[in-house]
Design a protein around this ligand. Structure first.
Ligand code: SF4
Length: 314
């Protein structure tokens, strides 16, 4: 006789998964494939998700690290994270047909950086070293005009005088950690100029808030996202800091069932680059082992849509 499945209440965070910037970037590659045929080259992972990248590859996208791998006669798409100015310049120099899938909210930070430099300020950029968005943003300004700050401890080490400073941030940071770094910066440099509006994007903030909203009701939490996805890593951190053991998984096959155990409640969320299909796959895997009741915990509805490049919709 089959053993009865233990009951499990699954709280599905909302919003979760794809944001408007990721959606737009994927559509740009899909439309470029429709318009120009395969292969369409993509510089770097279009978004940080292996499943998305593999699907686009199966449609004819070719992912490369650098522009010199792109033949002169093929279109190339730049990823959602943004690129240093030198990249479109090099593409234009070779007369490549390039499409920029940089999220408009990342481009907004780029333009702010340019304006601050034009005002004669030095920028302190709060972000994670080596992340493509950070590399892209540093590439908007002359070398030496921006300093990376990762932690509160970094602020104490800064050897800069107060005056003519400004700060900007990566779009996918922890809201709480960033607030602490900003407080430290403002204490150390009282005249530092803040961005007009929050640089951490709506999708990052909303997904973190949605995790905070369900965490008190969850014994454990699964976060679907790639290990190199900054906003997904932050979601797991948010849950952990609220005392909820959380694991980042790429898809259902990564679930460590010993770790899951037999909790009464489990939270599920997904980073901004994780497709809903992978969320469904995880929910189905849970339903195969537990008698699941699902609850969508709609915290903050989203309806953001970004325009596609004119050359693809005309
Ligand atoms: Fe744009 Fe935010 Fe999505 Fe990044 S996470 S692509 S900044 S909307």
């Amino acid at each position: 006789m089959a053993t009865a499945r233990p009951p499990l209440h699954v709280l599905i965070a909302a919003p979760r998964g794809f944001c408007a910037g990721v959606d737009r970037a994927i559509q740009i590659v899909e439309l470029a494939l429709e318009r120009f045929g395969a292969p369409v080259y993509v510089r770097h992972e279009i978004v940080h998700n292996r499943f998305v990248v593999d699907r686009l590859r199966s449609l004819g996208a070719v992912f490369v690290d650098e522009l010199d791998e792109v033949p002169d006669d093929r279109p190339v798409v730049f990823s959602a994270h943004g690129v240093p100015k030198s990249v479109p310049e090099a593409a234009a120099g070779r007369s490549l047909n390039y499409l920029d899938a940089t999220c408009p909210l990342v481009s907004k930070v780029h333009r702010q950086a340019e304006r601050l430099i034009a005002e004669g300020r030095h920028i302190l950029f709060i972000g994670h070293a080596g992340h493509p968005e950070v590399i892209g943003t540093f590439g908007q300004v002359p070398p030496g005009s921006m300093t990376l700050v990762e932690t509160v401890e970094d602020v104490a080490d800064l050897a800069l005088p107060d005056g003519n400073l400004a700060f900007l941030t990566q779009t996918t940071l922890s809201v709480d950690d960033t607030a602490a770094v900003v407080t430290a910066l403002q204490a150390r440099f009282p005249t530092i100029k803040a961005p007009k509006s929050e640089d951490i994007c709506y999708a990052t903030s909303n997904r973190q808030a949605a995790v905070k909203a369900i965490a008190p009701r969850c014994e454990r939490m699964l976060v679907i996202g790639a290990p190199n996805s900054s906003n997904s890593l932050r979601l797991a951190e948010v849950a952990q800091r609220m005392g909820v053991p959380a694991k980042l998984i790429e898809r259902a096959t990564d679930i460590d069932w010993d770790w899951v155990g037999t909790p009464a409640s489990l939270g599920v969320t997904a980073g901004a680059s994780a497709p809903e299909l992978l969320v469904r796959e995880v929910l189905d895997a849970l339903a195969a082992r537990f008698a699941v009741t699902e609850e969508i915990a709609d915290h903050r509805p989203e309806n953001m849509v970004f325009k596609l490049p004119r050359e693809l919709v005309a």
